[in-house]
Write a protein that binds this ligand. Structure first.
Ligand code: AMP
Ligand code: ZN
Length: 667
């Protein structure tokens, strides 16, 4: 079989597996097998740039940077929807329709109203051409590169699709993905996102599509627009869209009269909490396209459709007290302790109050009757205070000024929402939380030691910080509650083994505020060792890609602190990894013998010098400019357009840093 055909087959196969996994939710191969096939395709594509395809499944990982999103007119205007809040509103709407259409056999399509960011995607000859946000309805922003990374959106269509059309839908962030993203933020002491909808629309406007690719976004489609579409009703349209490979929720239903619409509304008012994503209502559409045409549009919305908004589930209950929790980074979270009450199928006892501003804004006071609502998040929210029921002797809430755990005076940095306890080394929940973070799976992954044991060790005066873990002896641990010889030995062993954990994870484990996994990796790669990092100035730090002022400031403060420096010296003494082990030079080969490579642009994983050294270590020559003698161009971000053109003209393969590494390590 020729290469072109092999590439073609792999692309089709990968498209099918993407479809099975992300649209049908029914994968037929393992993730590993999928990755292997994708790698194979990527390998062939870099060897054969002549078969490049912007809609290849290999493009899903993103990588393009968009500084300014271009504004482009919609071919068909994107309207909004009229809202209704009761069945009477729906009946009124039907009467208005019948006034225009007369007594005709009306049908309705009932769909859920997905709560995300609307999108319009143009397909031409079965290929994804362009994706625009709604914008003002007349024109939107071109977010094509970001949208292409969403796996459930087909890059190529299946079946018998029209030559050209737009499909409309909602980009959403399902609850599970949203919770996971927030969990990661909380772990590094960052403020979590407030709701899935804003996070979804924010994601669409990220400049780096590789970042978008990592977000668990999904897209639910509900409308097709174009000329000569092969169906006569909205419901058939949905069915067609499904057949062409789009994700169209199966909950949509055809109703033969208003009574059946009501049944749909009533059913989902109760059952919407079982859906994996947020909905705030139902959209009712006149089913027959012929009637839709007759009804037409008002200045803002179609006359043939209406949104029915669910009442959000609310209850009122009494605020018994406010308590304050201290997190690992010292951040204070106020929590409302409520008189237990039934809400959306669960009993609610507590609600987050977020921060001092929130308390101030609500003017919430102990003894107040408050309205509690369950949104997309697991923890319910307090919406408002029922002022009519406020007790006469009620006292304004005064936010705490001192830490409830260690009595230190709290601080609040300018521009930040939360108060902090600055007693980094003396505040028990901070000390315990920090050690718990240090031993956690993504950090030092210490086997034989869990969160509760950490608290036990601390409370018994055996550890004050994570360096103390390395001094623990079996006979010290044995007397602790529920600690057998075997488990004590495992603990000491686990601590010992952690000395081999690579630098980037040690850096993450230190628990420096705002330094999460990704940032730790970036810093490790850039500075190579802790000494260079600890000496970096604020200006040095902010010049590193993706390191902002807040992170830089936090690093400076961490390394200025004498106690931190002592702990790091101790850890070094125990033999922990405080520098990057360079893998790049180790496997010198002659793979590039006789080959000339030109390195151009800015790279993510390696510095330019690293790459040049690797070329030479593997027998190649580093060329200074592109010529007919060049065998490969290793291209990073921002490679000059003139160079790019020259390489293309001379038909020289352009490869990424990853592909370059594959070239060296490939067997
Ligand atoms: P609104 O923003 O309140 O004017 O509501 C209109 C928006 O609802 C549309 O722009 C869509 O993005 C969104 N929407 C969500 N689900 C649907 C659906 N099933 N049919 C039509 N529009 C929907
Ligand atoms: Zn404290």
């Amino acid at each position: 079989m020729d290469i072109k055909q092999t590439i073609q087959n792999l692309r089709e196969e990968l498209n099918l597996h993407n479809y099975n996994y992300y649209v049908l939710d029914n994968p037929t191969i393992s993730d590993y097998e999928f990755d292997m096939k994708l790698k194979e395709l990527q390998g062939l594509e870099y060897k054969h740039p002549e078969y490049f395809d912007a809609n290849s499944p290999s493009q899903r990982v993103g990588g393009t940077i968009t500084k300014n999103f271009q504004t482009i007119p919609h071919e068909y205007r994107m309207y909004s929807l009229d809202n209704s809040y009761s069945k009477v509103d729906l009946l009124d709407w039907e009467i208005k329709i019948q006034k225009v259409l007369g007594d005709v056999p009306l049908e309705y399509t009932c769909e859920l109203k997905y709560d995300g960011a609307s999108i319009s995607i143009t397909y031409e000859n079965g290929e994804l051409k362009r994706a625009l946000t709604r914008g003002d309805g007349f024109q939107g922003d071109d977010v094509t590169n970001n949208v292409k990374t969403i796996r459930s959106i087909p890059l190529k269509l299946k079946g018998n699709f029209p030559e050209k059309f737009d499909v409309r839908g909602e980009i959403i962030l399902p609850f599970a993905g949203f919770e996971k993203m927030n969990q990661e933020l909380i772990e590094i002491g960052e403020t979590p996102y407030s709701n899935p909808r804003n996070t979804a629309s924010g994601s669409l406007k990220l400049q780096n599509s590789a970042e978008v690719s990592k977000r668990p976004l999904d897209c639910l489609l509900y409308f097709l627009v174009g000329t000569n579409l092969p169906f006569n009703s909205q419901f058939e349209g949905l069915d067609n869209a499904r057949k062409w490979g789009f994700k169209v929720p199966k909950e949509a239903k055809l109703a033969n009269n208003m009574q059946e619409v009501f049944e749909f509304v009533d059913y989902w008012d109760v059952h919407r909490h079982t859906l994996p994503y947020e909905t705030d209502g139902v959209v009712v559409k006149v089913n027959q396209l012929q009637y839709q045409d007759e009804l037409g549009y008002t200045a803002k919305s179609p006359r043939w459709a209406i949104a029915y908004k669910f009442k959000s589930e609310q209850v009122s209950t009494k605020l018994n007290s406010i308590s304050y929790q201290v997190g690992r980074t010292g951040a204070i979270t106020p929590v409302a302790n409520l008189e237990p009450v039934q809400l959306a199928g669960t009993i609610v006892k507590r609600a987050s109050l977020h921060n001092a501003d929130q308390i101030e804004k609500l003017d919430i006071r102990v003894g107040d009757e408050v309205f509690v609502e369950k949104g997309g998040e697991i923890i319910p929210k307090i919406i408002a205070v029922d002022l009519t029921k406020r007790p006469e002797n009620s006292q304004k809430t005064i936010y705490i000024t001192h830490c409830p755990e260690c009595q230190s005076e709290l601080i609040r940095n300018e521009g930040e929402a939360n108060h902090y306890c600055p007693n980094f080394y003396g505040c028990p929940p901070q000390i315990i939380g920090r050690i718990q973070h240090y031993i956690s799976r993504k950090a030092m992954d210490i086997e034989g030691l869990g969160g509760e044991t950490v608290a036990l060790l601390y409370n018994n005066g055996l550890v004050q910080n994570y360096a103390d873990l390395y001094d623990l002896r079996v006979e010290q641990i044995l007397p602790l509650e529920r600690m057998a010889q075997k488990s004590a030995e495992n603990l000491v062993n686990g601590v010992e083994v952690s000395k081999n954990i690579p630098f980037e994870r040690v850096l993450y484990a230190l628990g420096i505020r705002f330094v999460g996994e990704t940032v730790a990796k970036k810093l490790a790669k850039h500075y190579k060792n802790i000494d260079a990092l600890s000496k970096a100035t604020f200006m040095d730090l902010v010049l590193v890609d993706e390191i902002g002022e807040r992170i830089a400031q936090s690093l400076i403060e961490f390394f200025e602190n004498i106690e931190n420096r002592i702990i790091i010296e101790r850890l070094k003494g125990y033999g922990l990894q405080f520098e990057v082990v360079e893998v790049i030079n180790l496997n010198a080969t002659d793979k590039l013998l006789g080959k000339t490579l030109v390195v151009s642009g800015v790279f993510e994983q390696y510095s330019r010098d690293d790459l040049k050294k690797a070329i030479e270590d593997n027998g190649g020559k580093v060329g200074s400019s592109i010529s007919a003698k060049t065998d490969y161009v290793v291209a990073g971000e921002n490679m000059g357009p003139a160079k790019l053109e020259k390489a293309k003209k001379l038909n020289i393969p352009i490869i990424s840093e990853t592909e370059f590494m594959e070239l060296i390590y490939e067997n």
